[in-house]
Design a protein around this ligand. Structure first.
Ligand SMILES: [Zn+2]
Length: 424
């Protein structure tokens, strides 16, 4: 077995374990040309969905604010319990956004290329969470829970360092001493989002609120915290098991609200959501926190289920971020984490492994519970998986490594590195 084939073997066998060490893989493509004219000055929330290009709608600070306004300020937007003022929401947005641009002590950013965990990724996950709700998932949650989940999506990776939890533990970074080893960065993100909400008086209990209003705010904050914590990839299997456990209950509860007998047994769809079906009142808070967190987790690793050009582009960025961690580990005399050594890891092989061990079962369960959104991601995933497999075969047969498509987001989009020679 030559060294490339041996690495493929190792990857296929251990790629899932790799993710248990705190690395997230996704994918995407190369169309880095941005069309400024396509950015609408005041787009409606209805114009955002699975096919929206995050690199375009996050190209500038102004365009990002435009999306945020479409989601939380303009007519037809998500209604946050307590109805916070637009000024508070804008101040929250600005400070949350800044949290994605922070450089941390103890992480060498002359080596680390934080290309994936950027504000562009946060906005991509926010829009995809919205798309999953619109494609059926919204029937399981109340108005307030849906808006909180979309807000959580925007904040889910705030303060991310650009290195994995396992790296922070390996070097005994001060964050490890401060937070402990479990879901280290996810807990930092959740804590920060809740603190910012307090600071800007969003989702806080106010004088004169009745018990019903207080309960909505409590539920919303709980969902934000839980859903961000569940984005820890080491909890992936645990979540899959728990959602599988309640899936029959969700679908049978939904069937009681449907008039069309042909839909019995099918997960929630776009038609259910658009016809106003909502079963949030018959589900427990625990079940809703779980299904909401599942939606955010699916959105977080939705790149393999998007169009190939986006899938391949995101894959290049996440792998390069991992590889930069491997570079830093070598510089420090440490062993690179799995999938972080650019000299030995196959990018297509890694994506094939991630698809086989993580994505396929996740999207199947998504299709079972949210039929339309799950079908969309699963269909694209199957196409993309074949492409990665072909690229892996070419690599294996030629002995030449796949060339990554490295087109990071704009500076406003959150990319803080320097271009290297040969890059665009
Ligand atoms: Zn993320």
């Amino acid at each position: 077995m030559n060294s490339i084939k041996y690495n493929f073997f190792l990857l296929n066998r251990f790629v899932f374990i790799l993710y248990l060490f705190g690395l997230v893989s996704c994918e995407s493509n190369s169309n880095h040309d941005v069309d400024l004219k396509s950015i609408k000055s005041s787009s409606s929330i209805d114009s955002y969905g699975f096919t929206s290009d995050a690199f375009q709608f996050s190209i500038s600070h102004a365009s990002q604010l435009n999306v945020f306004d479409s989601f939380f300020v303009n007519e037809g937007c998500y209604q946050i319990p307590g109805n916070p003022k637009a000024d508070s929401l804008h101040a929250f947005f600005e400070e949350l956004r800044e949290g994605y641009f922070k450089k941390d002590e103890g992480v060498d950013y002359s080596v680390i290329r934080k290309e994936y965990h950027t504000f562009t990724h946060a906005m991509d996950v926010m829009v995809t969470t919205h798309a999953l709700l619109e494609s059926g998932g919204g029937v399981y949650l109340s108005d307030g829970e849906r808006s909180s989940l979309v807000l959580a999506a925007l904040g889910h990776d705030v303060l991310h360092t650009g290195v994995s939890n396992s790296f922070l533990i390996q070097v005994e970074h001060p964050y490890y001493h401060e937070m402990g080893g479990d879901s280290l960065q996810e807990r930092r993100s959740a804590k920060y989002v809740l603190e910012l909400l307090d600071k800007h008086k969003i989702l806080v209990i106010a004088d004169g609120m009745d018990d019903g209003q207080k309960k909505k705010i409590y539920n919303a904050r709980n969902l934000i915290e839980q859903s961000i914590l569940w984005t820890d990839i080491t909890r992936h299997k645990e979540q899959l098991d728990q959602v599988s456990g309640i899936s029959k209950h969700l679908i049978s509860a939904l069937s009681n609200f449907r008039e069309n007998p042909k839909l019995i047994g099918l997960g929630a769809g776009k038609d259910d959501y658009e016809s106003g079906i909502n079963i949030s009142n018959v589900l427990s808070s625990e079940d809703k926190a779980l299904i909401g967190s599942f939606i955010l987790h699916c959105a977080d690793i939705s790149n393999p289920g998007k169009e190939w050009k986006h899938c391949e582009r995101w894959a290049g960025m996440v792998m390069n971020e991992f590889f930069s961690q491997g570079d830093l580990q070598k510089k420090l005399g440490l062993k690179p984490s799995m999938n972080c050594d650019r000299n030995t890891v196959s990018v297509p092989g890694c994506q094939v492994g991630f698809g086989d061990y993580v994505i396929r079962d996740l999207y199947k369960l998504l299709k079972l519970t949210i039929h339309d959104g799950g079908s969309y991601l699963l269909e694209n995933f199957n196409t993309n998986q074949k492409k990665w497999q072909d690229l892996q075969n070419i690599e294996s047969e030629s002995g030449l490594p796949y060339t990554m498509k490295l087109f990071p987001p704009t500076r406003d989009g959150g990319w803080m590195g320097e271009l290297r020679s040969g890059e665009n």
